[in-house]
Design a protein around this ligand. Structure first.
Ligand code: HEC
Length: 194
């Protein structure tokens, strides 16, 4: 039996089979991490459970709502001509159609100004498939294949196709831009008068 050691500096008096413990403050890095994670944890709970933060469940719910909306839009068939014409000057829809025209790849075949490249000039009054809005919607939705090339049908929501059509009509109203020459054998004069 060895003599119990006298407590010295920060050694605590107890002894477990010769194992001694010192009484020291945890290092700064530990305290920063420890208290930091407590504060962060409180903030996390406040933000995600009572604040504006979205939990995984909330995100799932809003994704489901968005999915339902997209399905509802897709389920809607094309609007009748008179309703399309009523919407045709709606600035918000024109802006959304413009953004889609760039993002959906129309630019690649009809050019940035819609004045034509592979596909025909969409700003002039000459149309292959007619200038009624319902006719334009039909071309964009179903596509066309002819000796002039392939116009791919679009799988986007019908509401988006409506907005694209509204944008094209707004360009056409603004007047023809110089671009691809018309093909008189196929494109007939068909001005947009609405
Ligand atoms: C791969 C090339 C290509 C892409 C991409 C394309 N088009 Fe076309 N588009 C054509 C061609 C070629 C025609 C002419 C088809 C014909 O004459 O039979 C055409 C015709 C059209 C017409 C009918 C024009 C008329 O005179 O009747 C419209 C409207 C149209 N495109 C809109 C669009 C829109 C909107 C987009 C984007 C969503 C788009 N196109 C994307 C190639 C394309």
């Amino acid at each position: 039996m060895s003599e119990p050691q006298k407590p010295q500096d920060d050694l605590l008096p107890h002894d477990f089979d010769g194992i001694r413990e010192r009484d020291r403050d945890p290092p700064l890095w530990f305290n920063v991490l420890f208290y930091g994670s407590l504060i962060w944890g409180v903030g996390y709970v406040l933000h995600y459970h009572w604040g504006p933060g979205k939990t995984g469940r909330d995100e799932w719910k809003s994704d489901m709502v968005a999915l339902q909306e997209t399905r509802a839009k897709n389920a809607t068939g094309p609007l009748p001509e008179d309703q399309l014409r009523e919407l045709s000057k709606n600035a918000d829809r024109i802006a959304r159609g413009k953004a889609l025209y760039a993002s959906a790849g129309c630019v690649a075949c009809h050019g940035p100004e819609a004045a034509g490249s592979i596909g025909p000039n969409l700003t002039d009054k000459y149309w292959v498939y007619g200038s009624k809005m319902s006719e334009i919607v039909d071309v964009i939705a179903k596509g066309r294949t002819s000796p002039a090339g392939v116009m791919p049908g679009q799988t986007m929501a019908m509401d988006d196709i409506t907005n694209l059509t509204i944008y094209l009509v707004s360009l056409n109203r603004a007047g023809a831009k110089p671009g691809k020459a018309i093909d008189p054998a196929r494109e007939k004069e068909n001005p947009i008068t609405y």
